[in-house]
Design a protein around this ligand. Structure first.
Ligand code: A3D
Length: 320
């Protein structure tokens, strides 16, 4: 049986890390596509040369030709520009929208059956635009953000409680921006919800509020430290978790930017919600109950995403 084929559109910081992780985990053969001549070829060769020491079996190829992604099972899109200090994700909209057009058409024409994971920011608007430009089924086009935002939340919580990250589960919903919604009620340490841990004296409400805010600012914290770009190790790891769930039909329950049409009362919008990922792509959206306050935060986040989608429609006539 042939190995699965994983196409990485964009071979920058995240793209290179994705290729390395996919090879290390032997998820399949990897094609790195980028418009920057030499970058995908160089990274593919460099990673392939780590194979003898690591002992993985995977072919890696770099290319500027979309024909090389033909038949890909998974496409992960990071093409575009990342933010620099002082920029918000939304500042990237105009330039990255143009990139989504060429990428959407390239995937549609060469790998129409792939499961497509978008990472390019501003995430919720870019995954919407990528789906529109590609015309692919909504359940096969998804955005990576919730897995990363939840991982950041889990990391900060594990530091606060002095417990293993493995025993902390957390939920972050809504758009991938300043309005994202870390849901404390649904976040637990070994099944014990965070509000109960406050009552048990494990932490205080003030400290928890600060962790929620640090999660919302998690991307900016790393941009501020790196100064030359944005996070790439954890974003790549998060997308690989989603790709693996699809390729191995794991039915993982993961928060993703998924197409909601009816769910949560939304009418045709990509936004971060809990999903089940298996061989069918997004197989289910988990419609959790929210309190009035949680719903208000979610609505606020949804409105921010709607504003970005409207901005896309204002820039590219074919999207309205
Ligand atoms: P970077 O290292 O700049 O890589 C982007 C790559 O895209 C570069 O190699 C470019 O040459 C390439 N590129 C540009 N235009 C095209 C095109 N038309 N076709 C193909 N390739 C092209 O950035 P990065 O890897 O650090 O980040 C990539 C994107 O991910 C940015 O938009 C970031 O803002 C975003 N990002 C999202 C998250 C989320 O959690 C959603 C986290 C971190 C970064």
């Amino acid at each position: 049986m042939a190995r699965p084929k994983i196409a990485l559109i964009g071979a920058g910081q995240i793209g290179g890390t994705l290729a390395h992780l996919a090879a290390l985990k032997e998820l399949g053969d990897v094609v790195l596509f980028d418009i920057a001549e030499g970058t995908p070829e160089g990274k593919a060769l460099d990673i392939a040369e780590s194979g003898p020491s690591e002992g993985f079996d995977a072919n890696l190829k770099g290319t500027q030709d979309y024909a090389d992604i033909a038949g890909a099972d998974v496409c992960i899109v990071t093409a575009g520009v990342p933010r620099k200090p002082g920029m918000s994700r939304d500042d990237l909209l105009g330039i990255n929208l143009k990139v989504m057009k060429s990428v959407g058409e390239g995937i549609r024409d060469n790998a129409p059956d792939a499961f497509v994971i978008c990472i390019t920011n501003p995430l919720d608007a870019m995954v919407w635009a990528l789906r529109e430009f590609s015309g692919m089924p909504h359940e096969k086009v998804v955005g990576m953000a919730g897995v990363l935002d939840s991982a950041r939340f889990r990391h900060f919580l594990s530091l606060e409680f002095g417990v293993s990250m493995k025993d902390v589960s957390a939920f972050v919903l809504g758009g991938h921006g300043d309005t994202m919604v870390p849901l404390t009620r649904y976040s637990t340490v070994a099944g014990v919800p965070l509000p109960d841990l406050v009552k048990m004296g494990w932490t205080t409400q003030d400290k928890l509020d600060a962790i929620v805010q640090r999660t919302r600012d998690g991307g900016a914290e790393i941009v501020g430290l790196l100064k030359t770009g944005s996070a790439f190790y954890a974003p790549a790891t998060s997308a690989i978790e989603m790709a693996e769930a699809y390729l191995k039909d794991q039915k993982r329950v993961l928060p993703c930017a998924a197409w909601c049409d009816g769910q949560f009362g939304l009418k045709g919008l990509y936004v971060g919600v809990p999903t089940v990922i298996g061989a069918g792509g997004i197989e289910r959206i988990v419609e959790i109950q929210m309190t009035k306050d949680e719903q208000a935060m979610f609505d606020n986040s949804v409105n921010a995403v709607k504003g970005l989608v409207d901005a896309c429609k204002g820039i590219d006539d074919s999207l309205s």
